[in-house]
Unconditional design. Structure first.
Length: 278
């Protein structure tokens, strides 16, 4: 079965842009901030988040942070610089190799998953430290496909204050990124978390984003059963792997669960500022 075209996932880009820009403005303002920052990897997801943020707050109020490791592809930094320059956003480079390598060597970490998680969490540590200096909120860059698959690092790339991409499948990320004129150098390269030389997302996952989007949309948005997807001709091994990943990674998509003991428990009965008349 060839890669699905996923035309049924197409969005109205002008409307999506308007809604997401409004979302950013409203949420950041309600939290008492006027500025934001984000990690700019040189990939399409962070490029789209940066483009939306620049439209919401003005490029001068969006700090883009490049966080290269010595194993990062040279083009990743080049594309981050290109995007920041096109948008007019300030770009800060923070090299993470020394800090990451010191820990990995101390703990003798060889497992590639652990090594990648350390990089992702250190990058978020830097962003939250810089957020104090910048006086801004950290904007997320994880899309719906990654979040449903659990292809994120808990308290790493998923540890943002707000996320404009979390309800966009990868197909829709590319569609909106093209609409916002993200440079073709970013759009044309294979998606990669850039955690190791030659690493690609689709290589890690074992299936393409086109298949992932098609299957996730049917399982989640249309609430179809696995057997219905199999009758449509989707590969059984891919469908079952994706369905299992959705279930197995649910914990990553939730805030930390608090045990309820009192009448008003954070996250259970006490959730909103309106409880304080705000």
């Amino acid at each position: 079965m060839k890669n699905p075209e996923n035309k049924e996932l197409d969005i109205q880009c002008e409307l999506a842009e308007e809604l997401l820009v409004s979302f950013l403005r409203e949420e950041v303002s309600q939290a008492g901030f006027q500025r934001v920052l984000l990690g700019l990897s040189g990939g399409v997801d962070s490029a789209l988040s940066a483009a939306l943020a620049a439209r919401a707050f003005g490029p001068e109020n969006v700090l883009c942070v490049a966080l290269p490791h010595r194993t990062s592809a040279r083009t990743s930094l080049e594309h981050a610089e290109l995007l920041a320059r096109r948008l007019g956003c300030p770009l800060r480079r923070v090299e993470i190799s020394a800090a990451v390598d010191a820990y990995l060597e101390q703990e003798k970490v060889l497992d590639p998953t652990r090594r990648g998680n350390v990089m992702a969490r250190l990058r978020m540590l830097v962003l939250y430290d810089l957020s104090v200096e910048w006086k801004g909120l950290v904007v997320g860059t994880s899309n719906k496909t990654e979040m449903l698959l659990g292809y994120t690092t808990q308290f790493g790339d998923s540890a943002h204050a707000l996320n404009p991409l979390g309800d966009l499948y990868k197909h829709q990320v590319y569609q909106l990124a093209r609409h916002l004129e993200v440079p073709h150098e970013i759009l044309d390269k294979p998606p990669s978390a850039d955690l190791a030389a030659g690493q690609t997302d689709e290589g890690d996952l074992g299936f393409t984003y086109a298949f992932a989007d098609a299957i996730l949309w049917r399982l989640v948005d249309r609430r179809m059963r696995v057997d219905e997807l199999l009758r449509e001709g989707f590969p059984a091994d891919v469908v079952k792997k994706i369905a299992q990943r959705i279930v197995r990674n649910q914990y990553k998509r939730l805030p930390p669960v608090i045990a309820k003991l009192s009448e008003r428990t954070i996250g259970h009965d006490f959730r909103y500022l309106r409880d304080w008349g705000m």
